[in-house]
Design a protein around this ligand. Structure first.
Ligand code: NAD
Length: 254
């Protein structure tokens, strides 16, 4: 049997670390040529080196997903290098500070929304035409369990991730007839550098959260990536407009 992404071209933002790196590596292992984007050049180079060490094909672009001109340039580059785009993963994100709303600085709110929500908007806006010219394909956006819940102190993050779910549904609706599926994943507590940094700041909260997860552990980036890659694959050919929660049961208790 052929690898599911053989001869396919994929794009991943936030590919320099954590979940995005795991998605990129997983796609390359399944045969895709991967175009990696991140604002962190060192992280990007590391991910590309991991892929090339396994004889995979990777191209890197340093960019800020909140910049339309940079996203346009990246998608044009994908078109000129690979000539098509079959799967896009809009995954880059930041958490922002943890503060009650009355103390939440406007500039932090705006930055979190610019990266997490505007970044996904710009990604889809410019990926859709290339995917359409390629004869259809799939997009997977990274939301969060914070798209389903209201974690105290995380107003910008939760608002941005709720927004990702809404955008995912709208773009799925607009493009279903053109053979483009658009879905989201909602990871729970996943052991990536983002979470490690938060845990260091607040070890008591980190321990409590992990005990509260029915699976009694955080997720591994590869476990989130596997769900995202499945959603993008032809095996999920009739799934669109959905958000798949991957959280060890964190949200099932209500
Ligand atoms: P991470 O910090 O390990 O990786 C995020 C990557 O995004 C980094 O390489 C960073 O440089 C990049 N990035 C940040 N802002 C960017 C920008 N403006 N432009 C381009 N790249 C940018 O974090 P992660 O845990 O792998 O997070 C990936 C996604 O998963 C995020 O959207 C995050 O909100 C979401 N998520 C993570 C968890 C978790 O527990 N780790 C849970 C739910 C959702």
């Amino acid at each position: 049997m052929f690898p599911p992404f053989l001869k396919k071209v994929a794009a991943v933002t936030g590919a320099g670390s954590g979940i995005g790196r795991a998605i990129a590596l997983g796609l390359a292992r399944e045969g895709a040529t991967v175009h990696l984007a991140d604002r962190n050049a060192d992280g990007l180079a590391e991910t590309a080196a991991l892929i090339r060490a396994e004889d995979g094909r990777a191209f890197t672009t340093e960019l800020d997903v909140s910049s339309e001109v940079q996203v346009v340039g990246w998608v044009e580059q994908i078109g000129s290098i690979s000539g098509r785009l079959d799967a896009a993963f809009n995954n880059a994100g930041i958490t922002g500070p943890a503060k009650r709303i009355e103390h939440y600085p406007l500039e932090d709110f705006q930055r979190v929304v610019a990266v997490n929500l505007q970044g996904v908007f710009l990604g889809m806006k410019h990926q859709i035409p290339l995917i359409k010219r390629s004869g259809g394909g799939s997009i997977v956006n990274t939301a969060s369990v914070a798209a389903l819940t209201g974690p105290g102190g995380m107003s910008a993050y939760a608002a941005s991730k709720h927004g990702v779910q809404g955008l995912t549904r709208v773009v799925a609706m607009e493009n279903a007839a053109d053979g483009i599926r658009v879905n989201a994943i909602a990871p729970g507590w996943t052991e990536t550098p983002m979470v490690a940094a938060n845990s260091q700041q607040n070890p008591g909260f980190a321990a409590l959260t992990q005990t509260a997860i029915p699976a009694k552990r955080g997720g591994r980036p590869e476990e989130i990536a596997a769900a995202a890659i499945w959603l993008a694959s032809d095996t999920a050919s009739y799934v669109t407009g959905q958000m798949l929660t991957v959280d060890g049961g964190m949200t099932i208790g209500g």
